[in-house]
Structure formats: C-alpha cells, structure tokens
Design a protein around this ligand. Sequence first.
Ligand code: GDP
Length: 454
Amino acid sequence: DEDFDILESVTDDPDAITYLPALPVLAIVGRPNVGKSALVNRILGRREAVVEDTPGVTRDRVTYKAEWNERHFTVVDTGGWEPDARGIDASVAAQAEVAVDLADAVLFVVDANVGATATDEHVVRMLRQTNRPVILVANKVDDVRQEPNAAELWSLGLGEPWPVSAVHGRGVADLLDHVLTILPEISAVAKEEVGGPRRVAIIGRPNVGKSSLLNKAAGEERVVVNDLAGTTRDPVDEQVEIAGKVWRFVDTAGIRRRVNLSQGADFYASLRTSAALEKAEVAVVVLDVTEPVSVQDLKIIDLVLESGRALVLAYNKWDLLDDERRIYLEREIEQDLSHVAWAPRVNISAKTGRHLEKLVPALETALESWDTRIPTGKFNALLAELTAEHPHPVRGGKQPRILFGTQASSRPPTFVLFTTGFLDPQYRRFITRRLREIFGFEGTPINVNMRVRE
Ligand code: GDP
C-alpha cells in the first residue's frame, strides 16, 4: 500500500538519519571580568590563558568543541561585551539573553570574592524567566577559606553555588560532572550538525524533473547511503560528486519512487517535502519553465522559507523554452517570485545536462550566506549608521530606539534588536532590506527579531 509506505518512510524512520546529531550546547554567561574566559580555557583543557584582565574588550560569542568523560558538547563563550554608555546592566543581560536562547544549559559565572552585584541580579531575573537549566558558578574560590563567599551566593536563588577556581582548576572537575548530568545527549536547540558533506533537498511539484535532475547529476557516481540492510525499505539519501565536490542529496527515495496517489496527494507531497527540508541545509526548488509558476510551486517555496533553509531556484527544461515563452517567464519571475529575488537561479536542462555544473557555485553561494556571521561590533556600527540616516518615526510622542543588536545565530542569519519600544513593521523591513543591500545574503532567508526592554 503506497500511501502507507510513504507515510512510514517520512515519519517513522528515525534510524535512517545517519549524520551526527547536533551536540548539546553549554553557554557561559556572566559580567566582564568574572573569569569566563579562564573557565572556558579550563573546560577545554587549554593551558594558554587567553584571559583578558581589563574589562571592556568587545568580543563576540565564540564556540568551542569540548569533551569531558568521553562526552562531547559545544561551549559558547559569550565573551565580554563592552559596557557602553547605555549601561552595563542592559548590555550584559542582553548578551546573556541571546546566549540562553541558543543553549541547552547555562553556566552563570559570578565572582565569589566580589559577591552578587546589581548586574548579576539583573541577569538572574532574566535567567529565571527562561526554562533553561542554570548552574551557578562561584568563581575565584582559590582555596577553602574563600568557600563562605561562595555560600553567600545562595541568595541569588539559583540553587547551590558551585565553588571553583578557573585559574587553578579547583572544583572544575566536579562542576563538569554535574554539567553532564544536566546536558541532554542530543541538543534540543543546536542547528549545526557536525561533519559530512553538505545536505541538499531537491524539491518541487510532480513532473518538473526532480528525478531526471538527480539521475543526470548523479550519473554513475552516486553512492547510496542509509541503506538499511535486510529491510525492504528504500534508501533514504545518496551521496553524489559534482564537479569534484561531494554532496548529500537527502530523501532521494521519495524522488525516485514513482507513486500514483489518488487521494491526499498534496498532503503527502508536502509531508515529504517538509521531511526532506528538515534534514537538508539547502533546498533546490525545481521549476518547469514550460509552465506558469503555480500555486503549488509557491507553496513549496514557502515551505523552504518556513524551514529557514538556504534556497537555490533551478529552472528546468530550458531545452524546451522558445522565445515567446521566455518573455513571459521573465515577467512571471519578476511578479510571482520577487519575494525570493535573493535566491541564486540556474537555468538548466536535466535532459541534456545543460548548465548542471552551475548548480555547484549556486549551492556554495547559498550555503556561504546561510553560514554568515556578522561580528557584533560591525553590526552595531551599521545599526548606528542606519538609524542616523533614517530614524524611527515618533509614535504617540515617543520614539522607539534601537539600543543595540547582535546576530543571535546563523543558518539562517538571525538578528536580534534590543529596543526601547515596538518598531513599526515598515521600519523592520527597512532594516532587513538594508542588511540585504549591504551584506547580500544571496541564497539565504534572514530574520530580524526584536526584544523590547521594559
Ligand atoms: P519529477 O516528478 O519532478 O521527478 O519529474 P521527472 O524527472 O520524472 O520528469 C518528468 C518528465 O519531464 C519526464 O518525462 C522527463 O523526461 C521530463 N524532463 C525532465 N527534465 C527535462 C528537461 O530538462 N527537458 C525536457 N525536455 N524534459 C525533461
């Protein structure tokens, strides 16, 4: 029964995923100068102390791979944002807020010798509002006589303070043992899977040429992966070399298998498309140039945008295009696909093999944009320029201001603006548009989110 088979192959087959799952993420949060970098070095087992004693060195989040007791995880060092004129409280809390969103667990580091400051309390209020597990680290407890200082941090209401000396290593092993009991095996938040060729989903409505494209691109080179030996199930992914580079095409079984569905075809098709997108990093949406852009094509593109994957548009059956149709096609693209004008476009023929090699630079461009990270300093300098050039209009006697911003994540690039009030949708669009003009982001959706400070 084909219907049942498809449903099963997309929903019921977690074992089929053989790429490594995302590592759990541990974020290190705290005021400047409490010893975050020293703690990171200690966790990574590095000797060279990249410890900066002067507060106020602007540094972005840095991500490291760490290992403890044979478990691997990612450490995100939120560094120190230079507290600027707008106040240390706001900037440290904002930094923590972004980091916490991206973490499976948080180490909140306090200087036990200084005790809890107003800034620390500010961060604690924010941490309490999240549902992330928080471990309170009382740092700079270099010997037993300082332990009472650590105990005083119970007052923060985050549970037991873990006394450590990041510089001397005291207490760090116990702390990490405890961290491992809290971190999940597989991240609930990380989007970066580790290793392997980049993963591509070929999607599009029936008969646009997906399987022809796959066959032509793969030729004899294809290597079937995820073949579950001893089962009758179809293989799920295929590894293909194009122009010297290996790609992993995901859910190819769904493309290769010819299925005639009488009922619910749309539903199963979109289920299959969503499942492929879930596993992919970049989508190639195949369009048939001999036919007008359809509602179904647009739905499929919407699924890509919702999934946040990078996007390449492949206009197929170029060999069948005549001059008259070509003029219409250009017009249609301008009208119907203007919202994805940023996606690289390749004009191909899966039948003749025309320009198939152009898929590679298009995929590479899209993935590069998808991976892009704009350093916080640069982003804020740009925000200052944009808001000077075009301030937010005054609303009801008030003018919402952007205090600062940061790129919270890549894949796709996602920005957070910390503001003093709600920004008009037009104003957010203005920022988004200018970001695209400046950075390009060819081939990737971008998100600009807002956090209003009370
Ligand atoms: P899928 O349903 O998207 O996988 O589409 P198929 O790959 O099965 O292609 C549907 C039909 O279009 C088949 O008859 C193909 O031979 C034909 N086709 C696919 N690509 C091209 C192309 O570039 N040029 C021409 N002329 N025909 C094509």
